[in-house]
Each structure stands twice: as structure tokens, then as C-alpha cells.
Write a protein that binds this ligand. Structure first.
Ligand SMILES: [Zn+2]
Ligand SMILES: [Zn+2]
Length: 427
């Protein structure tokens, strides 16, 4: 049995791990890495040659799902993923076609996407499914976004766990993943391999306090937010704390919020979430956007890194509103407009530099990933004889790999792109 690391190898983005038995091949995730400082073009995982039985998709984020339609150029694998992931993934993959067209970048065809969706089966958490005659898979809630999972595979009598992106700590929307049971091999994410997050409750109070301060001073707040998960969580938070200013929601998050509302059983406190969604003002026509900053208000809008979407327009408007603020609630990738605004206080729109000197610009670390304490707890519970660390920058992967080697004494690797490992050598 062999694992090949086709992407997310000492980097975040373009996840893809191939598992081969003597008879079958399955892929864990097959995502895309968006353009960054190094490259203006998206990057894909290494290609898979020949027949694949199935793609096991951990969750909808494009760094995990964005290259699956490409496989349908030459193959027809089944795609197995938790049911709630299906509509979110569809939305993101369709949106990617639109964006690629605008940027004149190559992308899969609508027909490839259609065939992929036809081959996709939604699976339930906690149930065992066959992905190939000799490979079964069980998905468990990963507490990361709606429909996110850790995937446990049984093959050749061994248990292999692919963590996907996960969070153990409870958030406003999710209960948090449960630590896994013992397995024979673990592939674990390492986004925060060597970093901790601030305690969520304290962070939430600090964030709400900062928003109150701005609106009570007559200013408005723009919260550029990721469409999937973060927007819904932030609005629920604003509702729970009874923010005394109108709250607006704009961008793709509106469609995602409708999907979230379809899965009450997966939301920690559905009543609170649902009331929050009713309470927020959904921007449904462009004309509404002209009005929002006429009084102190809070606007939650995509894109989370200001790389597009209505947030780009809001930032130009809010720059002229006294005592106002832009608060980021997600990681800003180097090279993105959001990161530049955060680091340098500059924003470029339509080839002109926007003066943002009047804005209070801050970042609040509301991560949907486990911090290093969570990663350690997860790995200890899985207690694997062999560990593979991926989905993290080089130093994060290396720190976690080293920790596991020292602390648990297991075989511990941070694979490089294209490396293959025969599991029999370590089990
Ligand atoms: Zn993710
Ligand atoms: Zn990811």
C-alpha cells in the first residue's frame, strides 16, 4: 500500500494524496492553489496517471476540491463527500469558472464539472462506505466548516486517517471535531503546526468591544469575510451580542448561508444561527449598497481578502466615512489586497491608490483550524506508528513533524512534492 503526496506538500493549497493498494486507487482531495506572491496563475496537484476508483473529498474549500473537475478530462471516478459539502462545492466550482473567465485563465469546462457532479455521492457522518472493492471510508465531522470531515479509510486491514482541515474547539457554529481513535497511519494538516490561537471567547469579546467602540463614535465597520463559514459565524456572533447598529450581509455568502440553513442538524445552536440570519439585512440589490453607510453600520461582505466581490466597493465608500474601521477575521495570504491593506495601509482599486489613513485596520484571529495544542491532542489520540504532515508552510510542517518524532517516537514525515511512501516499510 502506497501514499503519494501530489500537493499541499510543505505548503497550503492544492491538496492531493493518492492511496494505492494492489487493486485500487483513491485520492484524498484534489484542490487548487490560488495565485499568490510567487505566481499569478493557479497551481494544481501533480497529475494522476491511469484509472482512479474514487476521490474522497474532505470538504468544499477550493484548496481541497478545486481540481477535481480536471480529473474528468480523462476519467470518471466517483466522488464521495459528506452530503452538506456537495452544494457548497458546486457553488464554489461554478464560481471558479466565472472568475477564471474574467481573468482569462484556463479552467475545466462546464461539462467536466457536470460529469463530476453526476458522479458525486453525498455520504453521512459515521457510516462506512465502499470507495473501491477493497477500500472503505468513514467520514467524521471535522468542525472546520459545514460538511467538513476527517476521512478514515480501511484498506488491506489497516486504518489510515486523513485529517482534512479540522478544529477541536467549539465555535459559534460548530461543536468541534472529536479526537480520533487509534489508527495505523495519519495524514495531518499543519496550518498552525507551531502557532496557537487566542482563546475564542476572549477574542470574541475583544472583537465585539472594538466594533461597539467604532459605531458608538459614529463610524461604520467593514468586515471582509470568507463566504463559507466565517460570514455565518460572525453574523451569529454580532446577533448574540446584540450589536446596536444595522448589520448587512453581501456577496456570495448569501447563497452559502441558504445552504447552511438547510442543515440544522450540523449547526451547534441552530435557533441562534437562524434568528441571526433573519436579523441581518441581506443586500439583494445594488442600489441598497449606496445607503449602508448613511448611518453607523456593520457590513459583512466577501471577498475575505478583498480580492473581489462587493467588499472592494465597500472599502472605497468607507474610506470616506469618519471614525470607521476595517476588521479582518481570517488569515490574509501574502500578496493579496487584504494583506497589503493590513501591512501597509494601502489599497489599490481601478489602478488608483486609495487613501486609507483614516481607517482603523486590524486583524482578529478567528481561525477555523486547530492551533498547535489541538494538533498535538489530535495526533496523540490517533497514536499512529507513522505520521505524515502536510497542508502547512514549510516551517509549520517541520515543527509539527519534529514534535511528533520527539514526543511520540513515531515515524514522522513532512513529505516533499511527489514523494511516495510504502506503508509496509513502517507498519
Ligand atoms: Zn478548509
Ligand atoms: Zn485547506
Amino acid at each position: 500500500m502506497q501514499l503519494s503526496f501530489l500537493g499541499a506538500a510543505r505548503e497550503v493549497g492544492r491538496s492531493g494524496v493518492l492511496l494505492e493498494t494492489k487493486k485500487s486507487k483513491v485520492l484524498f482531495d484534489y484542490g487548487v492553489k490560488m495565485s499568490d506572491e510567487e505566481s499569478p496563475y493557479p497551481k494544481y496537484p501533480l497529475p494522476v496517471h491511469g484509472f482512479i476508483d474514487a476521490v474522497l473529498l474532505s470538504h468544499a474549500h477550493l484548496d481541497h476540491s478545486g481540481a477535481i473537475p480536471n480529473l474528468f478530462q480523462a476519467a470518471e471516478p466517483r466522488v464521495l463527500t459528506p452530503t452538506a459539502t456537495v452544494p457548497i462545492m458546486q457553488l464554489l466550482l461554478q464560481d471558479s469558472i466565472k472568475i477564471a473567465k474574467l481573468k482569462k485563465q484556463p479552467i475545466y469546462t462546464p461539462s467536466q464539472l457536470k460529469r463530476m457532479l453526476r458522479n458525486t455521492d453525498g455520504i453521512s457522518y459515521g457510516k462506512e462506505y465502499f470507495a473501491a472493492p477493497d477500500i472503505s471510508v468513514t467520514a467524521r465531522d471535522a468542525g472546520h466548516i459545514l460538511g467538513a470531515s476527517s476521512l478514515e479509510v480501511n484498506a488491506d486491514g489497516k486504518k489510515i486517517l486523513y485529517s482534512g482541515d479540522f478544529k477541536l474547539e467549539e465555535t459559534r457554529l460548530h461543536k468541534g471535531a472529536k479526537p480520533p481513535r487509534a489508527v495505523d497511519a495519519l495524514v495531518v494538516e499543519a496550518t498552525y503546526g507551531d502557532r496557537s490561537h487566542p482563546p475564542r471567547k476572549e477574542l470574541e469579546n475583544e472583537f465585539i468591544g472594538a466594533i461597539r467602540e467604532v459605531t458608538e463614535n459614529g463610524g461604520s465597520v467593514l468586515l471582509p469575510c470568507f463566504a463559507v463559514g466565517r460570514t455565518q459565524e460572525i453574523i451569529t456572533m454580532l446577533y448574540a451580542h446584540k450589536i446596536n447598529a444595522p448589520v448587512y450581509m453581501d456577496g456570495m455568502s448569501r447563497k452559502v448561508s441558504e445552504i447552511y440553513m438547510d442543515f440544522p442538524e450540523l449547526i451547534r445552536d441552530y435557533d441562534e444561527f437562524y434568528e441571526a440570519m433573519k436579523w441581518a439585512n441581506w443586500i439583494v440589490s445594488p442600489a441598497q449598497r449606496d445607503e449602508v453607510f448613511n448611518e453607523p453600520s456593520v457590513v459583512v461582505s466577501t471577498a475575505g481578502m478583498l480580492s473581489g466581490g462587493p467588499a472592494v466597493r465597500y472599502i472605497q465608500d468607507i474610506a470616506n466615512v469618519d471614525h470607521s474601521a476595517v476588521f479582518f477575521t481570517g488569515f490574509q495570504v501574502p500578496g493579496t489586497p487584504g494583506r497589503r491593506l493590513l501591512d501597509e495601509g494601502k489599497f489599490e482599486a481601478d489602478d488608483r491608490q486609495l487613501n486609507c489613513s483614516g481607517l482603523d485596520i486590524r486583524h482578529f484571529d478567528f481561525s477555523a483550524h486547530a492551533g498547535k495544542e489541538g494538533l498535538h491532542k489530535f495526533i496523540k489520540a490517533a497514536d499512529p506508528p507513522v505520521l505524515f504532515v502536510n497542508h502547512g508552510e514549510e516551517e509549520q510542517c517541520e515543527a509539527l513533524r519534529q514534535w511528533a518524532e520527539d514526543e511520540l517516537g513515531c515515524y514522522s514525515f513532512a513529505p516533499k512534492l511527489g514523494e511516495k511512501y510504502k506503508l509496509e516499510d513502517y507498519l
